[in-house]
Design a protein around this ligand. Structure first.
Ligand code: HEC
Ligand code: HEC
Length: 262
């Protein structure tokens, strides 16, 4: 169903979603949906069709923008993708930009969430994510090994059983935003232990550790070749991405509208 829709009609449908189409809310609802989706057998072909909705912002490669406005989601653990989707749509993680696109009418139910998560988790990751300035990497590495690797893994690869995100190779500015929102409690679905762990980080320590994380190179088999474009979306007209890093974005504007040429 979704496959036949153009990106323009997806945008239109999302903007016209009225409140009654939005899904049930709250952490319990999100947890129920995660439980259900995680135990379903994903249909990757259908995941590809559902992913059309996501390309509007995360682009067909799932790398989104180096300025960090949108995160890279390619290569993420499927269980993490499922949890974030369920949390965002149950409003257990605020994401006003993306919320309308997660309505059951557009995205579907637990099965479609499982399908699209499986598809995205298999996409190769960007070889060109954004980094930090690079002058404090020794401190960054030490802090990472002492304070983060126990949960996120030595290489920042995450852990599917506990929905711990892969963070290696993520865009630097996105990492900063999430770190700050997790620490301040603005990101309500954060891990309580992590929130406590990062309270005492100074600004220097925060930037050093996140710079280090952004530079952990994913394994070769997880990385895309330079110049790779997702062949599942052959006629997708890509608008150029902003290359200038921008830090905090309190109000996220709608992205420029890509045109589908079919
Ligand atoms: C209108 C733009 C938009 C669309 C469409 C969209 N997203 Fe997002 N998405 C965002 C933004 C913005 C964020 C980051 C919000 C933040 O900073 O917390 C995000 C975050 C996410 C995250 C959390 C990533 C992380 O590292 O925690 C996941 C997973 C995600 N999106 C998946 C999807 C999927 C799957 C779809 C399609 C069904 C989709 N998104 C459609 C804008 C969008
Ligand atoms: C006790 C385990 C634990 C520790 C220690 C921990 N984290 Fe996390 N972290 C998590 C979990 C679990 C999540 C996902 C929470 C959720 O479900 O949204 C997360 C989320 C994140 C995210 C958001 C990722 C995304 O894609 O949105 C970032 C960035 C992050 N952690 C960085 C760090 C850094 C850097 C450190 C060390 C300074 C650290 N974490 C320490 C468990 C931990």
């Amino acid at each position: 169903m979704v496959f036949k829709k153009s990106v323009k009609s997806i945008l239109f449908a999302a903007l016209s979603v009225n409140a009654s189409y939005l899904s049930a809310q709250g952490p319990e609802e999100a947890a129920r949906e995660v439980e259900k989706a995680i135990h379903l057998t994903p249909n990757i072909e259908n995941g590809k069709k559902v992913f059309m909705i996501c390309t509007v912002c995360h682009r067909p490669e799932g790398w989104a923008s180096p300025d960090g406005m949108y995160p890279q989601i390619a290569g993420q653990q499927a269980s993490v993708l499922i949890k974030q989707l369920a949390d965002i749509r149950a409003r257990n993680r605020d994401n006003p930009t993306m919320l309308p696109f997660t309505s059951p009418r557009l995205l579907g139910g637990a099965q479609e969430i499982a399908d699209v998560a499986a598809y995205i988790s298999k996409l190769p990751m960007s070889p060109n994510n954004s980094f930090g300035p690079g002058f404090d990497l020794e401190l960054g590495e030490r802090l990472y090994m002492e304070e983060c690797s126990e949960c996120h893994g030595k290489q920042g690869e995450g852990d599917k059983t506990d929905h711990i995100p892969l963070i290696q190779g993520q865009n630097y500015y996105y990492l900063i935003r999430q770190f700050d929102w997790i620490r301040s409690g603005k990101r309500r679905n954060a891990d309580e232990k992590m929130v406590r762990q990062i309270q005492r980080f100074t600004p220097r320590e925060e930037l050093a550790v996140l710079d280090y994380v952004s530079r952990i190179r994913p394994a070769e088999e997880k990385l895309a070749q330079p110049g790779w474009l997702n062949p599942d979306f052959p006629n997708y007209a890509r608008v150029p991405m902003p290359q200038i890093p921008q830090m905090q974005m309190p109000q996220m504007p709608m992205p420029p509208m890509p045109q589908m040429v079919r």
